[in-house]
Design a protein around this ligand. Sequence first.
Ligand SMILES: Nc1ncnc2c1ncn2[C@@H]1O[C@H](COP(=O)(O)OP(=O)(O)OP(=O)(O)O)[C@@H](O)[C@H]1O
Ligand SMILES: [Mg+2]
Length: 113
Amino acid sequence: MKLIIALIQPHKLEDVKKALFDTEIHKMTVSTSLGCGQQKGFTETYRGVITEVNLLKKTRLEIAVNEEFVKPTIEAIIKGAKTGNIGDGKIFVIQLDDCIRIRTGENGKEAIG
Ligand SMILES: Nc1ncnc2c1ncn2[C@@H]1O[C@H](COP(=O)(O)OP(=O)(O)OP(=O)(O)O)[C@@H](O)[C@H]1O
Ligand SMILES: [Mg+2]
């Protein structure tokens, strides 16, 4: 099992969700986060003062999947999120030891899917 964490542009969430649904992936956690990548943010002028804004708003998706869904999930996220511009986002893939469905006590493969 793997936990896939993706940081994407907020305005691409609907496209990513559609690509995931088309791949039969329906379980996910979505939240708002702040972050910066290799550009270290950018500067903007606020009331004549140059201000450094280095934490940009991103949307964070967390999806726990069985091994056979790792590649399709990554492909769907890229399909929905990619514009080719800087800041398109990043995907992290983390080894996941277990998953427990609280209601039934099921764990592992049964609980995740
Ligand atoms: N090494 C990292 N560790 C933790 N979070 C990161 C890392 N790199 C990127 N992120 C997160 O991913 C978001 C999107 O990153 P971003 O797409 O700007 O990556 P990048 O490496 O700068 O690539 P690009 O050059 O395409 O912009 C960041 O705002 C941040 O939240
Ligand atoms: Mg960047």
